[in-house]
Write a protein of this length. Sequence first.
Length: 142
Amino acid sequence: MWPEGEALAKAHFNEVEGMLAVKRPCRVNAPAMVEAERLGALRVVGARVLGRLVGYCTWTLMPDPESAGLIMANQGAIYVDPQFAGIGYRMVTFALPGLKAAGADYALMHHRMLGRGARLGVWFRRLKATLIKHEYYLWLRD
């Protein structure tokens, strides 16, 4: 889906990063993502409308470092062009059986506090997910 998804990735980043983007600019590491996908560690679900890419969600499969023997599917970016609201939830629910088939024992999901992502907790609760943490940026370099 790359480079077709680049414009969506930038729009997503601008929506959810807000003032944080000053220290953390949008520079997608496409070669690293391609390599992770080649190794089976990255799963990407895309949504198309009339052939045009309008959304994506990403997942990283990895061993749970705190619970030997379990594989987690760590949710990455979820973004849909605002014109196509509703597709995001369908992408997530579509991805889950594939993640399970790939060996994941559970999905670790999150949402941002800015933009439309602030409402994703509603989706996650609908899927029977449990709220387990809040995350914070602590910048170690200026």
